[in-house]
Design a protein around this ligand. Structure first.
Ligand code: SAM
Ligand code: SF4
Length: 469
């Protein structure tokens, strides 16, 4: 049964509003030595404390800011190397009983066209995505009784079952409403990867204003949503804030306190952190003119600081952002991006003139998957569709990359090269193939066990799929 809401003590959450303001005040005008010490701590792979994060947030001096960017780039290169994991969002349905003022799907929006994919339409969407070369999806749902845990689980099963030739989806992550523990268990059974919930804003009074109706109006139910996911045995959870709703420094602090809470309660922090900025949404005035609009410069700064603050998490940057900015921000420690995204419901398989009216918001980056891959290759990144850890039962993959010395070289780089080779052989144009093969050749010089990696690449060339370490 679908449970709308359940009360939790909203007075004592793990987001200490007053303490956050105090820390942001106390750490103003930080001195250089202090900042460099903090950067050093992060480069030594330590998660930062709230006061240290507040100190970085207060850096304004351009030279010192450059040190922050430099440290974020170094951390990313040193720990994670040059892989970028690719995925696509798949919107299943936009019925919604909430009224989030910034979202095109909100219940009171009469301008949006409501649509839930039938299972047949879902199969067509998946076929279209698989035919482009996708292996990883994030499925997205409005909040509505019809999107019960059973329905969500069924849609995920259908996605895994839908194959096209050699191609298939190998990891489905979920962005849906917070569930009960029992609800999560049902969804987990379908074999999901990460369950994502964005708190939108960690600032409770603002949250209350922006979520006036429906189950989402309960701040604490959402805040503890991923605790329940973990209690249900979902190991990989993703947190996020929607930037533009409130003071961005406060939101970064909120993400850090959320991380610390998960670490303290479950011994492991979030698998991923997302930092979407508000985009224009049909029928939502506030989305065109967000009350706390974040500039590109501040956006870059906040991405670098999140990278440094929680060195072990994956960081997701979506096509909400324009291509040029994405290229720039990628360097600051992002590990996953979407490619070839289309967020109009049903719009992967059909070109739909009503697309915008079926979309939650308007995308900033409309490059195809192949264009994104070409751009990544030209910049020296390895585009990766790797799902090896998940498929080998190694949950918390990002943590292993971080915690086990040599893990990236031994496992991640070869696995990224294998999935790139599959992509090149099955889906790429001649131009992309050339770029890709050249990159693989260059990377082979650097891998540990070159002979074995080459053998696996040969297996792929002779038609075998899903080979992995
Ligand atoms: N309905 C579920 C929920 O709200 O958690 C899951 C799906 S919701 C469509 C996914 C996320 O989209 C939200 O958590 C929010 O952060 C983001 N979002 C909503 N409106 C947006 C906008 N105008 N621009 C950018 N992101 C937006
Ligand atoms: Fe519904 Fe999610 Fe949009 Fe809010 S953000 S209106 S819950 S789809």
């Amino acid at each position: 049964m679908y449970v709308f809401t359940k009360e939790i003590d909203t007075e004592k959450t793990f987001i200490p509003e007053e303490e956050i303001w105090e820390l942001l005040e106390k750490t103003k005008n930080p001195d250089r030595k202090k900042v460099l010490e903090i950067l050093d701590k992060s480069l030594n792979k330590n998660r930062l404390e709230p006061e240290e994060v507040a100190t970085l947030l207060n850096v304004e001096d351009p030279e010192l800011l450059e040190e922050i960017f430099h440290a974020a780039r170094t951390l990313k290169e040193r720990i994670y190397g040059n892989r970028i994991v690719l995925f696509a969002p798949l919107y299943i349905g936009n019925d919604c009983i909430n009224d989030c003022v910034y979202c095109g799907f909100r219940t009171s929006n009469r301008e949006v066209y409501r649509k839930t994919l039938t299972f047949e339409e879902l199969r067509n969407e998946v076929k279209a995505l698989v035919s482009k070369g996708h292996k990883r999806l994030i499925v997205v749902y409005g909040e509505h009784p019809r999107y019960s845990p059973e329905f969500i689980a069924e849609t995920i099963r259908i996605i895994y079952e839908t194959k096209v030739g050699n191609g298939e989806i190998r990891r489905v992550n979920v962005n849906a409403a917070p569930q009960t523990v029992e609800g999560y268990r049902i969804i987990k059974e379908a074999g999901i990867g990460t369950f994502q919930i964005f708190q939108e804003t960690y600032h409770q009074p603002t949250y209350k204003k922006l979520h006036p109706r429906g189950p989402k109006s309960n701040y604490a139910w959402r805040l503890y949503g991923l605790d329940r996911a973990m209690l249900a045995g979902i190991d990989d959870v993703g947190i996020g804030a929607l930037f533009g709703l409130f003071n961005w420094k406060f939101e970064v602090m909120g993400l850090i306190y959320h991380t610390i809470h998960l670490e303290e309660r479950f011994g492991v922090g979030p698998h991923t952190i997302s930092f979407p900025r508000i985009e224009p949404a049909v029928g939502s005035e506030i989305s065109y003119n967000p009350p706390h609009k974040v500039s590109d410069e501040d956006f870059k700064k906040l991405v670098a600081i999140i990278r440094l603050a929680v060195p072990y998490t994956g960081m997701i940057l979506t096509a909400r952002e324009p291509a040029d900015l994405r290229k720039e921000v990628l360097k600051m420690g992002v590990s996953q991006i979407d490619g070839g995204s289309s967020i109009g419901i049903g719009s992967y398989s059909q070109d739909d003139p009503e697309k915008v009216r079926k979309s939650q918001f308007i995308l900033g980056d409309n490059r195809s998957l192949e264009e994104v891959i070409q751009d990544l290759l030209k910049e020296g990144y390895i585009p990766s569709f790797c799902t090896a850890c998940y498929r080998m039962g190694r949950t918390g993959e990002h943590f292993m990359e971080f915690a086990i010395p040599g893990f990236v070289k031994r496992f991640c780089t070869p696995n990224a090269l294998f999935t790139l080779r599959e992509y090149l052989n099955d889906y790429a144009s001649e131009e992309t193939k050339k770029l890709g093969y050249e990159l693989i050749q260059k990377e082979l010089e650097r891998v540990n066990n070159r002979d074995l990696v080459e053998k696996y690449l040969e297996r792929i060339d002779s038609g075998e799929r899903d080979v992995r370490f």
